[in-house]
Design a protein around this ligand. Sequence first.
Ligand SMILES: [Cu+2]
Length: 110
Amino acid sequence: MNKLLASLSSLAILSMASAAHAEPAPIKVLLKDHRFSPGEILAPANTPVVIALTNADPTPEEFDSPALKVEKVVPGGQTGLVRIRPLAPGRYPFSGEYNAKTAQGVVVVK
Ligand SMILES: [Cu+2]
C-alpha cells in the first residue's frame, strides 16, 4: 500500500467511526414527584445533545422549552428521548408543562 492509499483508508476508517458516533450518548434525567433531577443539565456548545428523560411519576409529562424549541410528551413510567439541536453557550430553561410549578430545569451550555 502506498502512502496516499494508506492515508485514504485511515480517513475512511475515521469517517466511519464518526458516523457511528453521530448519535451522542444520552444525558440521563429523572422526573420524580414532578421534579427534574438533575435540575441543571450541562451540555457542550455547538453539539447535538440527547436527553433520556425517565418519567418515574404515574402521570404523563411534557418536556417543554420554547428556548430549546422542543416539546416531548413522556408517559408515566416510561423513558423518552429529547433531541436538542447544537446550541450557543447560554442558559436554556425548560419545564414540565403539566406540572410547571415544580417541574423546572435549565440546560446550561458551555
Ligand atoms: Cu407544550
